[in-house]
Design a protein around this ligand. Structure first.
Ligand code: C5P
Length: 297
């Protein structure tokens, strides 16, 4: 067996998400704060004789449309490397939660393949490959905290949040389709979102979690809550258990709550056990990938 590159693929949450309008290309113009969190898939890539094969015990029927598969194919196509890629995927991030698991796996495959084949593309080139795979994929190349604009692929890095934070992410029994949530968005509800994001960013710079958490907002929450009415109760339950703020993750169906310490988050998890369907996972904000040296051979 040839050399292997192992790489962590973190989940993300969106701490604010403003939808500014529909675009001609079928996407929506966004402004969002992405934050990578410590719930991670494990990805390993190896050189194979030919083709791309993804082995994922949790999802045995992964087809060629899977993003990790597409990322490896795109890498081989763009670089002209001969040979194939074998990917082992250990899934911990649930699908359909709005946590970006598939996008993060794809970014990890791109980074892993570059390391495996000794390819060093210009950063702009790697970002273009990532954006061709999905709107959230470029964010996961470096992770950390960033403002996303365009359809989410245009990134401005943010300094880490200065205050202490622990988050609980609720994993509901059923996921939501991103496309379906965007389809049921009512544009009339969106005025003022850009201003809300500006205020949220000012609170981010201050690093006061209570003030920041009060300003959380996500324009995709109303349509997602309409499609899955049980989610509003989860959000309320997180507040009742002491969350400083709670919000839908991306297009859902996960909801997260923010707490000022591990102890507060653990206490809330204890209070909520058995009261809401699904699981609660405690996570922390992750710094940018370049600060935690991710790739291991
Ligand atoms: O880019 P990605 O494949 O992740 O997007 C999935 C779907 O979500 C798109 O086909 C589109 O319907 C919707 N979307 C959108 N605007 C965005 C991102 C995604 O309408 N900025």
């Amino acid at each position: 067996m040839g050399p292997e590159v192992r790489i962590l693929a973190p989940a993300k949450i969106n701490l604010g998400l403003a939808v500014l309008g529909a675009r001609e290309d079928g996407y929506h113009e966004l402004r969002t704060i992405f934050q990578a969190v410590s719930l991670c898939d494990r990805v390993a890539v190896r050189v194979a004789r030919s083709g791309v094969r993804v082995n994922c015990p949790a999802l045995p029927d992964l087809g060629e449309s899977n993003l990790a598969h597409r990322a490896a194919r795109l890498f081989l196509e763009k670089t002209g490397e001969r040979g194939g890629v074998r990917i082992d995927l250990e899934k911990r991030i649930p699908a359909g939660g709005g946590l970006g698991g598939g996008s993060s796996d794809a970014a990890a495959v791109l980074l892993g393949c570059c390391r495996l084949f000794g390819v060093v593309p210009e950063p702009g080139v790697l970002r273009d490959w990532a954006a061709a795979l999905g709107s959230d994929v470029p964010f996961f190349l470096d992770g950390g905290a960033a403002i996303g604009s365009g359809r989410g692929e245009v990134l401005t890095p943010l300094a880490p949040f200065a205050g202490a934070v622990a988050a609980l992410i609720h994993i509901p029994p059923a996921g939501l389709s991103t496309a379906a949530v965007y389809r049921s968005l009512r544009s009339a509800a969106l005025t003022g979102s850009e201003r809300k994001l500006t205020i949220l960013l000012a609170c981010w710079q201050e690093g006061d979690l209570r003030r920041f958490a009060r300003m959380l907002f996500n324009d995709l929450e109303p349509p997602a809550f309409a499609l899955a009415p049980g989610l509003a109760a989860v959000k309320e339950a997180l507040y009742a258990a002491g969350a400083y703020g709670a919000l839908l993750c991306g297009s859902g169906s996960s909801v997260f709550g923010l707490f000022g310490s591990d102890r507060e988050a653990d206490r809330a998890r204890g209070l909520l056990r058995g009261r809401i369907p699904g699981r609660l996972i405690k996570v922390h904000f992750l710094p940018a990938r370049r600060r935690w040296g991710v790739v291991k051979r």
